[in-house]
Write a new protein. Structure first.
Length: 506
């Protein structure tokens, strides 16, 4: 495979030979890419028509030398080239792009390409591991020719309420990805064109919630609301349809002057000011998602939504990911366990979980459910006790019978967890305390406890992170999680009582 960045490095040959090379390679790299490079180098296209804005730190910009007549470099590293403009090292590439928009608002080129300084190449493999954020089949030169009012080649999309991400199938995530297997993207299509160029499944990103919470100083539970406020107040736009935001990983895009001027200079100044105080502001990451909506004021979403996205029914993805994370990580405030059973030879039918009474009590029937079995297993979550260092119950923070608690809510859904079909029963128990602790700590008088039971219906090998484990039909796993439990002492802990009961002969 011959890639344009290697074809058009500076070479010394007569101009007629250069044109011959251009014509010879046109069939391989595209006549448009070839002609635009020649037009730039021979002076037919200048900065009034086309400007390439590069956000450099310490990257080698040799790949862009062929674009030098229309290139503008902003450098934030230790050793900046003489032709660059030095900026303070704050706000990542978002600060750079906005600085350019603010200070050149009145003399923007007809068409401006924005890109990071790293050499463009396929995919992205992780920080420091390579990949220059191009879709498979796309070259940097594809951004140079005007295409409508902008050129955004969407590689990802994020569901704002859950932060679940979907990746375009033609975007490499490993250097070992096979080009033929991935397929290629048509650079004239903002969104997947179909066939092998398609959106992948949504995957929850639980780490991202914690990351944004720490970066932005917002409670994890409030991130979705914070993003809504940012969209409606800061961007002055309604949330996109389905709350799904399409974006180009790596923040590479091109925009016409007319579209950029749909926003006043003061709008870009306001966004720039939000990046000037920190070297790695939380808004840097949010802006990467939002450039399609920042650069001008589009009236339509860039890509069509599927049925699931259109209804906003993506919360199941986050729930499945959260369940898996509890089994593989030490989650503060929760415990996990499992019971294996069933799954013998012969035809296996779905098991059944039955809610029994008002207490947190569940009866599980094996293959075929209640109608086909006299056998069952009963799980009863009986006590929650706060205990001190000596293991003694703290009466002010102990519940000796969960059956006495009111306002218990529960739900039961069928869902897929790590590729395996399962039934999930979730019970949420609000807890109110009538006694205060002895001591100086000011304590809230309430908490909540969530019990989650997962019953698998099929054999599967589940991989989560670096861990792999097997599940089988009838295998049961459960999670118990407390939220904001008001401990009377920092050295206290919680003790849960779980009773398991089966009839004789089961």
């Amino acid at each position: 495979i011959i890639r344009p960045p290697h074809l058009y490095r500076k070479i010394t040959m007569p101009r007629t030979s250069m044109k011959l090379l251009c014509l010879t390679t046109a069939a391989l790299v595209g006549q448009v890419a070839c002609s635009i490079v020649a037009d730039i180098q021979e002076g037919r296209v200048g900065k009034k028509k086309l400007e390439i804005v590069l956000a450099q730190y310490n990257e080698d910009l040799g790949w862009s030398d062929k674009f030098a007549p229309v290139r503008t470099v902003y450098c934030k590293g230790q050793s900046c080239p003489s032709h660059s403009t030095r900026l303070p090292n704050v706000g990542r590439e978002g600060h750079t792009f906005l600085w350019h928009l603010v200070h050149h608002y009145d003399d923007l080129a007809d068409w401006t390409v924005f890109s990071q300084g790293e050499e463009p190449s396929e995919g992205y493999f992780g920080k420091g591991r390579g990949g220059g954020h191009l879709l498979n089949g796309v070259t940097f030169e594809d951004y140079l020719e005007p295409h409508g009012d902008s050129k955004f080649l969407m590689s990802s999309k994020v569901h704002l309420p859950t932060l679940a991400h979907s990746l375009r199938s033609t975007f490499k995530v490993s250097p070992d990805d096979d080009d033929e297997f991935l397929g290629t993207s048509d650079p004239s299509h903002t969104c997947p064109a179909g066939g092998m160029d398609a959106w992948g499944p949504y995957k929850a990103q639980l780490w991202l919630s914690d990351f944004l919470s720490q970066k932005c100083g917002v409670e994890t539970a409030a991130i979705s609301e914070a993003l809504r406020v940012f969209w409606e107040d800061t961007l002055d736009m309604p949330l996109p349809p389905g709350n799904v935001v399409h974006f180009s990983q790596g923040a590479r895009f091109a925009v016409s002057r007319e579209r950029l001027h749909q926003r006043p200079r003061s709008f870009y100044e306001s966004l720039l000011s939000m990046l000037e105080s920190e070297d790695d502001s939380c808004f840097s990451y949010i802006y990467e998602w939002a450039w399609y909506y920042i650069a001008g004021k589009p009236v339509e979403a860039p890509c069509k939504l599927d049925a699931q996205e259109a209804t906003g029914d993506l919360e199941e993805i986050e729930q499945a990911e959260r369940i898996l994370s509890r089994w593989t990580d030490n989650v503060k405030g929760g415990i996990s366990g499992g019971i294996s059973g069933g799954g013998g030879g012969g035809s296996y039918k779905s098991p059944e979980i039955e809610w029994v009474g008002k207490a947190p009590k569940f009866r599980i029937y094996p293959s075929g459910g209640k109608a086909a079995n006299s056998s069952w297993m009963m799980l009863t979550f009986g006590k929650i006790q706060e205990v001190d260092e000596d293991g003694k119950a703290v009466s002010a923070r102990s519940i000796n019978s969960l059956a006495s608690e009111k306002d218990i809510t529960w739900s039961q859904v069928d869902m897929t967890i790590g590729g395996a079909a399962a039934q999930v029963v979730t019970m949420t128990l609000p807890v109110e305390f009538k006694q205060s602790c002895k001591g100086d700590l000011a304590q809230p008088d309430s908490s909540s406890v969530t019990v989650e039971i997962v019953l698998f219906s099929e054999y599967a090998t589940i991989t989560y992170g670096s861990e792999t484990f097997e599940v089988s039909p009838g295998q049961l796993k459960f999670n118990i999680e407390s939220e904001s439990w008001p401990f009377c002492a920092t050295t206290d802990s919680l003790k849960f009582t779980l009773d398991i009961k089966m009839p004789s002969g089961s």
